[in-house]
Design a protein. Structure first.
Length: 278
């Protein structure tokens, strides 16, 4: 049974008004437990709208959203439970930091779950470790942290709720290359250690190719493709047609192939090193 499922989900913006438009249109999607799914698409394609349905931030105009086998809009209890099962970290989450200390910020979610102080402390320390925040930083003001540390602290606040599904909307936006790599490695390690399902919304084809097990492509409010990285990225021409670009390293190997050197499908630098050294 899929951990996340959409059945004919449509969401309208400005319903009933002259400017009414479909943000997502008749989406059918099943995501299995433990997958790391990259959600990609051009600006305005419906990526963020799609993922905000999974924890009930947005309600579909038609269709069903099912989390862990339960229609999240079947009753109020199901909706509330979905918001704890599915943790969503918005783009630039550091702007949501507000407490006096990093510890208090990370503990905000678990406190709302009515957990004991002992359990909250355990979760805060564990979440901080997952994102690579040193213990001494927990008593600092979040506003004294670097940009990358703030980003990790905000993500830790979602992880501390121990959701079955972690959704990250453009988690590397605005970071330098080192900060981006740190966040991506953290996401990959978190998923491998916990077995949690992770959805990564990104405009970066390189980032998705590097860590995802599956890829969902949104195009003009509809689900254009869903499959493994190889299955999706092999449709290079179609991806270009809808405003996406294959990774730069793939372009290099396309040129090599045209010149008689066929190394197969290459979407990451690590894969390029592997095939070239072989």
């Amino acid at each position: 049974m899929p951990i996340l499922s959409m059945q004919g989900v449509t969401h309208l913006y400005n319903e009933g008004m002259p400017s009414e438009s479909k943000a997502i249109d008749n989406i059918n999607l099943d995501i299995e437990e433990g997958e790391l799914v990259g959600v990609i698409g051009h600006t305005g394609s419906g990526k963020s709208t799609l993922v905000q349905h999974f924890n009930g931030i947005l309600k579909p105009n038609s269709g069903k959203v099912i989390v862990d086998g339960v229609d999240i809009w079947s009753d109020k209890k199901a909706t509330r439970e979905a918001r704890f099962k599915v943790g969503l970290c918005f783009q630039y989450p550091e702007y949501q930091l507000f407490e006096e200390t990093v510890y208090k910020d990370i503990s905000f979610g678990p406190k709302n779950m009515k957990l004991s102080d002992e359990e909250i402390a355990k979760r805060v320390v564990s979440a901080a470790a997952y994102v690579g925040l040193k213990r001494e930083l927990l008593e600092k003001s979040p506003f004294d942290l670097s940009g990358g540390e703030k980003r990790r602290a905000a993500i830790a606040g979602v992880i501390a709720m121990q959701p079955k599904v972690l959704i990250l909307d453009e988690p590397t936006a605005g970071l330098d290359p080192i900060g981006r790599d740190t966040i991506l490695d953290m996401i990959k390690n978190y998923r491998e250690k916990t077995g949690s399902t992770v959805l990564l919304v990104s405009h970066s084809m390189e980032d998705v190719a590097r860590i995802a097990t599956k890829v969902a492509v949104m195009n003009n409010a509809r689900l254009e493709m869903y499959g493994t990285v190889d299955e999706v990225y092999s449709h290079a021409e179609r991806l270009r047609e809808i405003g996406l670009n294959i990774p730069q390293i793939s372009k290099v190997f396309e040129i090599l192939k045209k010149n008689g050197y066929d190394f197969g499908s290459v979407y990451t630098v690590d894969r390029a090193v592997e095939v070239l050294t072989r």
